[in-house]
Design a protein around this ligand. Structure first.
Ligand SMILES: CC(C)(COP(=O)(O)OP(=O)(O)OC[C@H]1O[C@@H](n2cnc3c(N)ncnc32)[C@H](O)[C@@H]1OP(=O)(O)O)[C@@H](O)C(=O)NCCC(=O)NCCS
Length: 236
């Protein structure tokens, strides 16, 4: 079944996460209001430890957004949500609702959050850098199959193909909740060509998040529709 994407649009006042739907939220990582009060101590400490103030700021906005988005489904205050972390750092909600899975990614000026009511989900976004030495990175991080496929892409499209594999691989690894030390890191031939792919175990979908960024979604179960929402304006 094809996985249809809606255009990015405004969410309804009351969220309804249907069983065959994925909700994808995008938001800019800049914000003029103070959002620190929405975060817990652990999140604040992580933001403080980041050397670059811009990165610290982006982390605060991303975590505030994550809390705001999840609270829209749960009817709880954003600051009341508690997270636990998997062995490689994948966040999950503590208590409340077992069936809500989510994943967050941020890059450059944009953040994205995916929410599903069943199965596991992973998401990744990368800002496209036209000067990136992608061949070197591919040698380091891609499998031989992935490298062969990349080399077979026509030169003008190769940079984009690189980002497509990269974001899919990250989204898939994030969906599984593993880390980059996982021995099984090959997304497999089935996932290399086409904007929406499945190997019968994972469904991967590439999509642009903004003009200069590419994102990918990984789902451990089959869905028919991806609702793409522009997150509500943030107030501090
Ligand atoms: C930990 C990791 C998820 C960070 O990736 P990243 O590209 O720096 O960051 P992203 O924006 O994609 O995702 C970050 C978010 O993913 C979530 N996350 C963290 N660890 C995670 C894990 N193991 N699995 C799933 N999600 C995870 C968190 O919500 C995090 O946001 P936060 O820090 O604000 O809480 C992991 O993917 C990583 O180490 N990547 C390194 C990149 C790399 O080597 N890629 C090579 C091959 S393609």
């Amino acid at each position: 079944m094809p996985l249809t994407l809606t255009p990015w649009h405004d969410p309804p006042p009351l969220l309804d996460l249907k069983s065959d739907e994925v909700h994808l939220w995008r938001f800019p990582l800049c914000c003029s209001s103070s959002l620190e009060h929405l975060l817990d101590e652990q999140e604040l400490q992580r933001a403080k430890r980041l050397r670059s103030p811009d990165k610290g700021r982006a982390l605060v906005v991303a975590r505030a957004r994550l809390r705001q988005i999840l609270s829209g489904y749960l009817g709880r205050e954003p600051q009341s949500l508690r997270f636990s972390y998997g062995p490689a750092g994948k966040p999950a909600l503590v208590g409340l609702i077992d069936s809500l899975s989510f994943n967050l990614a941020h890059s450059g000026n944009w953040g994205v959050c995916a929410v599903v009511g069943r199965g596991e989900v992973g998401v990744d976004v990368e800002t496209i850098n036209p000067r990136l030495d992608y061949a070197k990175l591919a040698q380091k991080f891609f499998s031989e199959t992935e490298n062969q496929w990349l080399r077979a892409c026509p030169e003008p499209r190769r940079l984009r193909c690189f980002y497509r594999i990269w974001t899919r691989k990250e989204a898939w690894l994030k969906g599984k909740g593993g880390g980059f030390s996982d021995p099984d890191q090959d997304i497999g031939l089935a996932h290399l060509a086409g904007s929406c792919t499945s190997d019968g175990r994972w469904w991967l979908r590439s999509f642009p998040l903004s003009r200069h960024s590419l994102a990918a979604l990984a789902l451990s179960q089959e869905f028919s529709l991806v609702q793409r929402w522009n997150a509500w304006p943030l107030s501090g």
